[in-house]
Design a protein around this ligand. Structure first.
Ligand code: ZN
Length: 291
């Protein structure tokens, strides 16, 4: 693990993992996308004669919690997240359930969408006793949080992605686009010394990356809005987005893109720009409300 500042460390990888050590207590922020990484963390902590006090998850997505089960099983440590994310970490099937809107199909029951369950609790129960400050950064997921250590290091989870990561993955998944934009703007006003996105580089100045994220969400929303002069179903809008940004999908990733499109439509609806109705032949049709 690499020191960022003071007692705050990061284990860089596909999903960055935060570690804060104070007075013999060790807090792990997210546990990554692969159980082998969490095994490595446990070995390093044992070598240093340190014990895990708690895991804190920024949110419940599988690439942030794959190591939860293993670490909790071998140390008995508690796991904390926001109330809604804790419910999903304890019952990982819920992610496939909301993406599919029914009991998930096989593609949404793979480990990418359905990690092993671990026992997570509402972080509000212990927040006053935690040395780490909880920052509300909803949007990417419904109960997404950031974690600010006393060293001024802010673990941002997936509230934003580094520009190079976004260029690779094309669009920033958010389940609640409107809140995601608010969280991005809020992030800019937090006086942290360092910012650690889960996917991207540790930086003391995230301004350019945050701007890129906001602009990309706005650009996608504007494109979807512009297209809805011709009424379309959510499936057709997803197909439009996939074609315009050349997004590569498999049957599981399709539902993520579909969920993101749903979130963009909800945002545009709140702005009064689009509306939807059900056609006589049973289609849910979205259309622009501007004349
Ligand atoms: Zn995520």
């Amino acid at each position: 693990m690499k020191k960022i500042k003071g007692n705050t460390y990061v284990l860089e990888g596909y999903t960055n993992i935060g570690i804060y050590i104070t007075g013999g207590e060790v807090f792990i922020i997210d546990t990554g996308s692969d159980q082998r990484i969490s095994k490595g963390i446990l070995e390093e902590l044992t070598e240093k004669k340190l014990k895990v006090s708690a895991i804190i998850n920024t949110h419940s997505h599988a690439d942030h919690i794959q190591g939860n089960h293993l670490i909790q099983e071998s140390t008995g440590c508690p796991i904390y997240a926001s109330k809604i994310e804790a419910a999903m970490i304890s019952n990982p099937m819920i992610e496939g359930f909301y993406l599919y809107s029914a009991y998930p199909i096989r593609a949404l029951r793979r480990t990418f969408f359905r990690p092993k369950p671990s026992n997570a609790k509402d972080i509000a129960e212990i927040s006053s006793r935690l040395p780490i400050e909880i920052i509300d950064l909803q949007g990417h997921s419904l109960g997404h949080i950031g974690l600010l250590t006393p060293d001024g290091v802010l673990f941002c989870g997936d509230a934003y992605f580094s520009e190079d990561i976004l260029k690779k993955y094309i669009y920033p998944y958010h389940a609640y686009v409107q809140k995601a934009i608010e969280s991005l703007r809020y992030l800019e006003n937090i006086a942290a010394s360092y910012y650690v996105p889960s996917h991207g580089n540790v930086t003391s100045d995230p301004h350019k990356d945050i701007n890129y994220n906001v602009n990309l969400i706005q650009e996608i929303s504007t494109r979807v809005f512009g297209m809805l002069i011709t009424p379309m179903t959510r499936d057709e809008i997803t197909s439009f987005l996939v074609r315009s940004y050349d997004i590569k999908l498999n049957s599981g990733l399709y539902y993520l893109a579909f969920s993101f499109v749903s979130s963009v439509l909800q945002y545009l609806e709140t702005e009064g720009k689009v509306s939807n109705s059900i056609s006589a032949d049973g289609k849910s049709i979205w259309f622009s409300t501007e004349k």
